[in-house]
Design a protein around this ligand. Sequence first.
Ligand SMILES: [Zn+2]
Length: 342
Amino acid sequence: MVADMITTLNPAHREAWDAGKVGEPEDLGDGLWSIPLALPSERLPGSYSYLIDSADGIHVIDPGWPSDANLTRITDVITSLGKTVGDVATIVATHHHPDHLGLADRLRAASGARLVLSQTEHRVLEIAASPDASDADTYRTVLARWDVPVERHDELIASVAEHSLIHYVAPDDEVSDGDVLTLGGRQLRVIATPGHTSGHICLADDARRMIFTGDHVLPRIHSAAGLGILEGDEPLADLLASLEKLAEFDDWHVLPGHEFRFTGLGVRLAQVAEHHLRRTRAVAALADELGDASVWEWSRHLPWSAGWERLEGFTLHSALRQTEMHRDLVRSGLAQRWLSRD
Ligand SMILES: [Zn+2]
């Protein structure tokens, strides 16, 4: 039977999330642990670090936000296994965002573990961590290009500065699509899933039909596209193609970066694609009317769940960026591939 909805596999983690908290670490068997870690955000209370305990050491997927409390939480699980942080042999991050990669540097310094990132994500991180990425003048030229009224510039510049807590960390190893990471007897196949960031990866455990999805697919949240890209990328087209790429994992056990683990990936993939395509369709419908109008003008004409007038700070920045990506997707002609299927 094909599922028509997703199934929450840890209701306690879901309840904790809905209460704005993080749940307790969970033993998933075969040496695999899910460790909820706290985030300094009301919208996103936590993230998951996954730990594989094995005879050849401990392997960590997405070490999480860099706080003392999170390092202690991971250490406590390791101690409960009769081991020490020095036993951490590998750290892999699905992408460079600080709620996933953040703690990697400290965990590596404490253990001597090798840090693995996708080759593309390493390049994305170099750009995201460069001084230029957080430079107010660089962003001001973007705001001018979008035709954002000058009186809104300071608010947007401040909100973006607050969100750029990205620090560069050099990986020891780089992987690409199709590579297989052997971690504690598990063979994890690297699936390149560009979109959220250009070098985002998922890890598929074929033997156990489990997939670690990072921020590519979450059970209820729709991750934004284009939060770290390389020059010339089309993040929305990439994201839509990366959703299709997971079709083969339809009924697998999904271990995401936030919220809770679930089954029903096939249903969720369709929901996420539809979420993005709804806006693409709205943009396509306005193309004749708005033509060469600015991103600001386009955004004003689009439906926003919070209401256009209420968008401010980072949500306004995000709305403008999303608008630009959808407009580019329609203009490039790439949108047709998905819209023509409706
Ligand atoms: Zn995240």
